[in-house]
Ligand binder design. Sequence first.
Ligand SMILES: [Ca+2]
Length: 281
Amino acid sequence: MKILDIASIFSAALLLSACGEQPQNEGSLEYAEGQAITAPVPIGYSILNAYPHDTTAFTQGLEFYEGKLIESTGLTGSSTLRVVDPTTGKVIKKISNQKDIFAEGVTVLRDTVYQLSWQNHLVFMYRAKDFFPLGSIPWSGEGWGISHDGTSLIISDGTDKLYFVEPGSLKLKRVLSVQDQYGPVNNLNELEVIEGYIYANRWQYDYILKIDPKSGFVVGMMNMKDFLQKNSRSNLTYLKKIGSIAVESGAVLNGIAYDSVKKTILITGKLWPEVFEIKMN
Ligand SMILES: [Ca+2]
């Protein structure tokens, strides 16, 4: 697909979104106009384990794949794609993105790794077993988080929209507007599909959202306020020693990976010293 094709689809989708109109084609946008939305239900969780995590990893994407963690780290000039041992935190394999790339979310579908870039307008593909590069696809918007439902890739771009696209081509299938009882929920970031629901980090907010993939309603919420400070076994002063308020406040929760065998969730954040294994109550 050409860039222009994607751009035109996006323009149409976003225009429809802005106008609040139903599209003419089948179900490419979903709305809940006029429907009352109930407040999300608090989701409790237990912390089972804390595993080491590379404190230089500016985590942008996290996914469990064949017993290992696939992690994408950002920042222009130092972005990487990694295979990480989930319990030791050891980086088993790492490749670097080109120096001009700011990498973002990552997911694996049909043994292909999809790695987003933030504002480079490219999605990179790799063979999952060895990270052999499979090229890139143009993406007209920003790239923040990515996951999949087994059929479609699901991409966030920092707005309240989630884009369902075909793997391989990124052809747009539908746009989901995410909202809670107060209206659109923006800053959707790292994603993970867990048992049929989309879970999302929301940038600059201390919680994980549970989103109904049909309605776009936020149906649940995990409170993660001061999660690292409360639960880390590490000395966190290094986050301050960097000497930048921006970096310190940038060390936010941003990584959700689901182990479908153990039915546990691995969460971490940018520059965090640990990956936490949690289980929803
Ligand atoms: Ca994820």
